[in-house]
Design a protein around this ligand. Structure first.
Ligand code: SF4
Ligand code: SF4
Length: 334
């Protein structure tokens, strides 16, 4: 790969920042200044950047993977221009005592920091997530208490999500729910999504670092910029819905409501900001929204549940099987 100039690299970083919507409050000159600060800090100078600690509770790491997969430039390059990422489970080389030393030094310094938490808090099984011989609940108590604010990254952190579905015995709680239960009052920015959209995290953290506080939030702590509308409000099939033109099977034309679409009750911006740098989204790909960013995800009955015997689901499964075998899956509805 050909080497590129620092200015060209900064332009790429700014393009990625603009794609998250953060150019509404950040200019290219701000990025150039932040780049200078980062280099001065690396050379031992003052480091005024916002400190970030990223911890995992019960999670699959999908939100971190989603974040690290952001295209064009490494996401760490974006974040480290404006923040000092003290620790991230998947990115940092430090382990065990090294990590606890880092936390101790940060707390001793009295410098402000933001705690990003991925996954839920397993209150009935806190030993499931250990760090430096301490349970995750102890770390959350200590680090959230001292944080300026917390970010709940993904549906498990924001609403407990998959980790609280039927049959789970972890006693998982969403981060804000756990903090309230422990009497710890800290602002929490909720970024639901399974996985979380990297753009939501980058935008929110840059807003905090540059503007000194969270973006405007709704009553569930979600940034209004991304969560003020339902999927349904901006759906490409909205006119089909109004005209009662419904798809009968996956791949059919029309609104996906009869196939269990949760877009009517799910707030997210997937139809204007799709996955993988807006390459696609569930509905654009022809699949109903399963409500992954919703407060009640995962629902007890979803199309993925193979013991769901509703006729519409059986029909969908039979169609899918026929299509997989190259049979007569296409055509009109039934
Ligand atoms: S496909 Fe879903 S989100 Fe789109 S119009 Fe139909 S019900 Fe609404
Ligand atoms: S369309 Fe629905 S299920 Fe798909 S990512 Fe968006 S909120 Fe999640």
């Amino acid at each position: 790969m050909e080497p590129i100039s620092r200015r060209a690299a900064l332009k790429r970083i700014f393009a990625a920042i603009a794609a998250t919507g953060a150019s509404s409050f950040l200019t290219f000159d701000d990025l150039v200044a932040a780049d200078r600060t980062e280099r001065q800090a690396a050379a031992g100078g003052d480091d005024p950047r916002l400190n970030l600690i990223w911890l995992h509770g019960t999670s699959c790491s999908g939100c971190s993977v989603s974040l690290l997969n952001i295209e064009y430039v490494p996401v760490v390059d974006i974040l480290t221009k404006f923040t000092n990422m003290i620790f991230h489970h998947d990115v940092s080389l430090a382990t065990g005592d090294q990590v606890t030393d880092i936390f101790r030094r940060l707390k001793g310094s009295g410098l402000p920091y933001v705690l990003v938490f991925e996954g839920a808090v397993p209150t009935a099984m806190p030993h499931a997530c250990m760090l430096g011989h301490r349970m995750i609940t102890e770390w959350v108590d200590e680090l959230a208490e001292g944080a300026e604010a917390c970010v709940a990254a993904g549906t498990c952190a924001a609403f407990a999500g998959v980790t609280r579905m039927n049959g789970m015995e972890t006693g998982s709680m969403a981060l804000d729910e756990y903090l309230a239960h422990r009497g710890i009052e800290r602002p929490v920015i909720n970024l639901p999504g399974c996985p979380m959209k990297p753009e939501h995290l980058v935008y929110s953290v840059l807003h905090y670092a540059h503007e000194g506080g969270p973006p405007r939030l709704d009553d569930r702590g979600r940034p209004m910029r991304f969560f003020s509308h339902t999927i349904h409000d901006r759906c490409i099939y909205y006119s089909d819905f109004q005209e009662n033109y419904f798809a009968e099977y996956i791949g059919d034309d029309g609104c996906l409501l009869k196939l269990g679409c949760q877009g009517v009750v799910t707030r997210n911006d997937c139809l204007i900001n799709g996955h993988n740098s807006n390459t696609n989204s569930c509905i654009r790909a022809g699949h109903p929204c399963i409500g992954c960013a919703g407060e009640h995800f995962p629902r007890r009955i979803m199309l993925h549940t193979y013991d769901d015997n509703r006729p519409v689901v059986r029909q969908f499964q039979q169609r899918s099987q026929r299509q997989t075998r190259g049979g007569s899956g296409g055509g009109g509805g039934q």
